[in-house]
Ligand binder design. Structure first.
Ligand code: ADP
Ligand code: AMP
Length: 245
């Protein structure tokens, strides 16, 4: 059986088809959700996103992951973003707003989305509101990953990533089954160039100066849930489940 988009379903294994069918049936009964995860680098946004994504059938849009992919592919966007990223500064609002504007229209975001690392400035938040207003939608909830700066150096310097999926591990808190290897694909893990104590200082400075006002922007709209992001990952996941139910 050949579909109009050129995918030969006859070659897709039955188990994969059944799994996808069951996923779609489960998703059809879920309410739409448009979420923002906000917090400093290392607060656990990327760790918690896959659970929320699977539970509510959302797409996960992490601007940091998208920008890193553009940098490694040396696209015009990546070339423009690289210098600021290496220094731990924010890239320009126009660059990231453009990425998100395009991404939220994708079919995988039909039931809603998790924005991870966006918006990071009040201008980005305002532009996002404008985008959503055009679609007749709005942000439902903002999860604030509240955590003390002092905890973040150990989290950031011990982090290992699987670049293709954005999965993160930690040498002490979330080690992979085999050191240096992704549990799911068996591919090598990497350490991010900006995951060091020196660049972390600039990233935290950018968070407090430019992103903290974003949290205040959404507090005024009454849609922020504050999490204890310093707790173990399972406890944070339970807090999120409660906040979203
Ligand atoms: P973010 O996406 O907010 O930058 P991550 O989810 O990548 O942060 O987490 C940063 C590092 O801390 C990772 O190495 C991750 O495994 C680890 N980590 C995440 N949540 C916790 C937690 N609650 N307790 C301890 N370590 C955590
Ligand atoms: P992250 O993976 O979220 O830690 O982001 C890595 C880097 O990408 C940041 O230090 C910024 O340079 C850049 N970046 C990611 N998201 C944004 C954003 N919304 N606005 C500006 N810069 C961003």
């Amino acid at each position: 059986m050949a579909s109009t988009i050129g995918l030969d379903l006859g070659n897709v294994p039955s188990l994969d088809l059944m799994t996808e069918l069951l996923r779609r049936m489960k998703c059809s009964s879920k309410p739409d959700k448009r979420l923002i995860l906000v917090g400093p680098p290392g607060s656990g946004k990327g760790t918690q996103s896959p659970f929320i994504k699977d539970e509510y059938c959302l797409c996960h849009l992490a601007t940091g992951d998208m920008l890193r992919a553009a940098v490694s592919a040396k696209t015009p966007l990546g070339i423009k973003a690289k210098e600021a990223m290496d220094k731990g500064e924010l890239v320009s609002d126009d660059l990231v707003v453009g990425i998100i504007d395009e991404a939220i229209k994708k079919p995988s975001c039909q039931k809603g989305f998790i924005l991870d690392g966006f918006p990071r400035t009040v201008v980005q938040a305002q532009k996002l509101d404008e985008m959503l207003e055009k679609q007749g939608t709005k942000i439902d909830k903002v999860l604030d990953f509240a955590i003390d700066d002092a905890i973040l150096e150990e989290r950031i310097t011990g982090r290992w990533m699987h670049p293709a999926s954005g999965r993160s591990y930690h040498t002490k808190f979330a080690p992979p089954k085999v050191p240096g290897i992704d549990d799911v694909t068996g591919e090598p893990l990497i350490q991010r160039k900006d995951d060091n104590a020196e660049v972390l200082k600039s990233r935290l400075e950018a968070f407090h100066r430019q992103t903290q006002p974003v949290i205040d922007y959404y507090v005024q709209k009454g849609i922020v849930n504050k999490l204890h992001a310093d707790k173990p990952a399972k406890e944070v996941a339970a807090e999120i489940q409660k906040a979203l139910s």
